[in-house]
Design a protein around this ligand. Sequence first.
Ligand SMILES: Nc1ncnc2c1ncn2[C@@H]1O[C@H](COP(=O)(O)OP(=O)(O)OP(=O)(O)O)[C@@H](O)[C@H]1O
Length: 624
Amino acid sequence: MTRPAGTGAPGARFAGARLVARGGGIWQLLLAALLSAATDLSGLGLLATATWLISRAAQRPPIVALTVAIVAVRGLAVAKGTLRYVERLAGHDAALRVLARLRTRVYATASRGTDPLPRGDLLARLVSDVDSVQDLLLRCAIPAGVGGIVALVTVGFTAAFSGRAALLLLAGLLVAGLALPALAYLLASRAAARIAQVRGRYLAASVDVLAGAADLAAFGATEAALADAAGQSSALARLERRAGVAGAVTGAVGALVPGATAIGVLALSVRGGPSVMVAVLSLLALAAVEAVLPLLGAAVRYAELRGAWQRVRPLLLAGDELPGESGSAEPGAGEPGSAEPGAGEPSAIVAPPAIVARQLTVRYPGGPVPALDGVDLELPPGRRVAVVGPSGAGKSTLLGVLTGAVQPTAGRLSVSGAAPDGATPDGATPDGGPVRVGPSEGGAAEGREALGWPRSGGVLADGYVFHASVRENLTLGRAGFDDAALGRALAVAGLADWAQRLDELVGEDGAQVSGGQRQRLLLARALLDPPPVLVLDEPTEGLDPEAADAVLADVLRAADGHTVVMVTHRLVDLRAFDEIVVLIDGRISQRGPHDALVEGPGWYSTWAGIREVPESTFASGMGR
Ligand SMILES: Nc1ncnc2c1ncn2[C@@H]1O[C@H](COP(=O)(O)OP(=O)(O)OP(=O)(O)O)[C@@H](O)[C@H]1O
């Protein structure tokens, strides 16, 4: 179970900084800020020196009096270009590191959470909101630091020649770098929170229109859904226009400040300063104030980011610590795609481990009653268990706990004996005794992988079919499968003729294939390299009962030697299972082999008895 992500959690305010620091991005960011300041100062130095050189040259001094300035101009010009290039490299390196870390974190938390977000909302958080949080560093933190350094150096330099000109420059810098940004922030901040909210709603509405197109059309609701999405889009455009106008007005005022400051400095320096320095100080003032003007944009951006940050923060704070976050700054550690032992390769399963669940309890946030309530389950190696029960009984939740998708609120889950792929689980007791994986009292079931939790997988409810070829959908990037292996997996799932169509596209979420073919494709994917613990959630959904029984028999044959846990609320032949567990309201109401359960009283015999009813009944969903 994920930790509560209350906004008042201690240290929540600094969560972003902690993430940056853990990800090893803090030094890169600091370096980028220093390089950026050095670049700006080189530019200002170049301008001041070149101005001095031109003004002094007009007085026709001996050439030797200009030599140092000439060399300085060349040096500063080269330094400015080089520093800008290096600064861009360092800045992008830092930004991409932070971005990868934030996104991984949001992905991990969202995928583990028991409080899933609508897909569109999650998309908004993953894409635009995480981008925005990254901008907080690049467009706000770095320019603020650079502006401070530039102001300090230029005011100090000017003060060495004219105190009054320095004060005027300071005033110009404060107006351009502080007062106007504060005003822009105030104007933009109200719109920004609304923009983030409306953008989330707009994306959610768009995804609903796309993902639910078939259902909307079937129920005649397409127009209403499109109108809703268009309404959100207009609201978003209105808010963005308003924020844009506020930004443009402050920007226009800001553009006047450098010129006004330069004229003021010119007027003050002309009165008594050394003649050559008049031009230097005026142009330096102009350039210095221009250098802090980006803070205006930063302030507007900061206002926008606050809303995005509010939305992303719960996801950043809620999850367990990701691998590689606890100090190591190794690039790629804990990120998607990091190589794991054995991942991506077909494995020869020797013997699955024994898994024992004791008093497993899951309570979803806001759920009035536990979805699972004190469930005991034994899975000795190779055991086949079917989990049945009415809708909402907790079947998928139980599978979720076994695969790690759902964290138990209480209870104990242990694994012992042979580990997946013949390896010994790290942390296993020497005598092969049980290794505790789950919590006994609340908290998160951390460290499954570290303890050698068996690789589990299979057909999950609502499994996804990618807009890719049959081959890519089967392998999902795993290497080492030849066409013959793919053909065998397809044949077991009842798609033998697809062996000739491996490179054909199946459409987004299987849109170009039938529901039954889609389900068979998911089964073939699971059977290509069956994990030690094969988890099947409604594996025969979409198949007619006869085909379902036949495919299931083939699947069980192909998964011989593997532990199988299957959830179903459809009538399929369960005689081949060692044990059938009947879940009702999160509790085990009956358990035993088919023959024993079907004879006795209880939910199972009533359910199984419906097999006698004519076939039309199956289609009506009476099987529940
Ligand atoms: N993510 C969630 N957040 C809140 N409640 C949930 C969540 N997932 C499931 N539930 C609730 O937990 C209970 C058990 O759900 P679960 O999906 O495990 O049941 P099920 O037996 O698999 O149902 P079905 O046969 O309809 O798929 C239900 O009351 C359901 O509403």
